[in-house]
Every structure is written in structure tokens, then in C-alpha cells.
Design a protein around this ligand. Structure first.
Ligand SMILES: [Zn+2]
Length: 302
């Protein structure tokens, strides 16, 4: 069976106070969950190198990048970000952007690759917000196009929250198409304008969701012909998610992932996946939800 590249790093976890809404250990929890899965033998595990300040400046203001590097964020900026600055947070932020870039490069080579992090879509050009320091999807897209590895990229964001940072950073870029399917009444309350926004009502359930998803996939390709898709697989659309307002079951989540993967695989368009958001007090349950995209990948790319 073909190996599938999984990109991760042992320094991805974020030190946070107890009772923080974000699960500090979610990246290592996910890795540990995947280690005991019956598809772990398919994994080709790769670690990214840290990005430089210059690298990150492709999608962020230099002043903001330096604040993250040196720990000069104001209290107000840290409040908006949702995290207190630490060296570990800074270090992992410079690693994770290259994690998504490496995932994209592996996907271009073999059709599919999965990042065990990424999807930090609330990060804007000059500020972080909603637990997102740097915008990995904008970062990876801009670097790939600059290096001429691809011409056109679709960012397909199915996290329950709108990809507002991605939309605003890439708003004038006609080589990158941003599509966000999100719940209207979830954060951010002031939305940006993506190339395609699909707003969902609270309490939406599996069948209707999957119908809208499929329609949106087709609509994206009517407008745009990508040579790579970055798929944000946020699991905060789950009915038990602490922040999301939708009512998608575990089975529905898996179906979403399979639907998207099959759609692009059938068109021979490479797919790089990132995990996006997910919130639960039960960290094992959260790791299981995030592991579904890896399961879906092993099923679709068998
Ligand atoms: Zn989210």
C-alpha cells in the first residue's frame, strides 16, 4: 500500500493554563491517537524546519512577525490572540507554517498529504486572533506560487468559523481562491469577504450539511481550476464541540472528509489537509475527532 506523508513536530504543543478553551496537548494527543490506529503503518512521518522572519513576512507585516519572535505583544494583542506569549508558542508558530508548506509540497508530489496541525485561519496580516498566530494556509499558498510549484490554489475551509484572516490576506490575489463554509452565528462576528462564503444556520444536521458541501465543491470548480487544494478539516462542526453551533455527528464528519477527498481525487487535484479547530473538555474525544481526516485519507487513497 502506498505511504501517505504525515507532517508533525514534537514541539507543536502550546503551554496554556488549566481550563483554557484550547487543548494545550492537542497536537501530541492526535499523534498518540494515530499511533494506535490500524492505518499508522501507512504513514511517512516528516518534520518541518522552522521558518525565518523573512519567510513569514510573505503574508504578515514584519513588525507583527518580530513581535511574535521577540515576545513584544501588548496585553490587548494577546487577548485578541487568545494566548499568552511564550517562547514555546513563538517557536511552534514558526514551525507550523512550514509544516503546512511541507504538507502542500508532499501533496503536489503524491496527490495527498496530511498535516497534524494547521488551519490557523483567523490570523490577519498584522495581528493574531482566535488562537491563530500566523496564517499557515496563506503562507503556504503564497510561497508555492512564488516558487512556481503551482499556478492556482483553492483553500477549502470547512471549519465552523469563517476563515476571515485567510480571506483578508488573500483578497486581491486571483491565483488563490478562498472558500469558507461556516456557521453564521459563530466567531468572527465581523466577517471578511472570501471568494466564496457559505453561511450555515445554527443546529444544521448531517444530511443538509453534506448536500450544501457537495454543491459548494461543484460551485468552486465552476469558478476556478486549482492545481492544489488546501483542505481545512476543522472538527468544530461536531455536535458536541464546545464552541461550534452545528449538529454534525461523528459519522457526518467522516463523510464530509471522504466527500471532499473523493471529489478532488477523482479530478486528479492534489490535496493537502490541515486539522483546523476543535474544542472539547475531553482531550481523547477531541483527538479522535481530529483523527477522522487521517482515517478518511487512508480509506480514499487505498
Ligand atoms: Zn474553528
Amino acid at each position: 500500500m502506498k505511504k501517505i506523508s504525515w507532517i508533525t513536530h514534537p514541539q507543536y504543543d502550546i503551554p496554556l493554563p488549566k481550563n483554557h478553551k484550547f487543548t494545550a496537548s492537542k497536537f501530541s494527543d492526535l499523534y498518540n491517537e494515530l499511533r494506535v490506529s490500524n492505518f499508522f503503518h501507512r504513514a511517512n512521518i516528516l518534520n518541518p524546519q522552522k521558518a525565518s522572519v523573512d519567510d513569514v513576512s510573505i503574508c504578515h507585516d514584519l513588525e507583527y512577525v518580530l513581535k511574535i519572535k521577540n515576545g513584544n505583544l501588548s496585553d490587548k494583542e494577546m487577548k485578541r490572540l487568545g494566548f499568552t506569549w511564550s517562547y514555546t508558542l513563538s517557536n511552534r508558530s514558526f514551525l507550523a507554517v512550514n509544516g503546512t508548506l511541507l504538507t502542500c509540497k508532499e501533496a503536489i508530489k503524491s496527490g495527498i498529504a496530511n498535516h497534524l496541525a494547521g488551519g490557523t485561519h483567523h490570523s490577519h496580516r498584522d495581528f493574531g486572533s482566535g488562537y491563530c498566530v500566523f496564517n499557515d494556509m496563506a503562507y503556504a499558498s503564497l510561497h508555492l506560487i512564488k516558487a512556481k510549484l503551482v499556478n492556482k490554489i483553492l483553500i477549502f475551509d470547512t471549519d465552523v468559523h469563517q476563515g476571515d484572516g485567510t480571506a483578508s490576506i488573500l483578497k486581491n490575489n486571483d491565483k488563490i481562491f478562498t472558500c469558507s463554509i461556516h456557521c453564521k452565528n459563530n466567531f468572527p462576528f465581523r466577517k471578511s469577504i472570501s471568494d466564496m462564503d457559505v453561511e450555515l444556520d445554527d443546529n444544521l444536521e448531517d444530511d443538509k450539511y453534506l448536500e450544501i458541501l457537495y454543491k459548494t465543491l461543484n460551485n468552486c470548480l465552476k469558478n476556478f481550476n486549482p492545481d492544489l487544494v488546501i483542505f481545512d478539516t476543522g472538527v468544530d462542526i461536531h455536535k458536541n464541540d464546545k464552541l461550534g453551533n452545528l449538529k454534525i455527528t461523528t459519522e457526518g464528519l467522516l463523510k464530509r472528509d471522504i466527500t471532499v477527498l473523493e471529489f478532488f481525487k477523482n479530478k486528479s487535484i492534489p490535496i493537502a489537509t490541515v486539522i483546523g479547530g476543535g474544542y472539547s473538555n475531553d482531550k481523547l474525544e477531541l483527538a479522535k475527532r481530529h483523527s477522522l481526516i487521517f482515517k478518511a485519507t487512508s480509506m480514499v487513497f487505498n
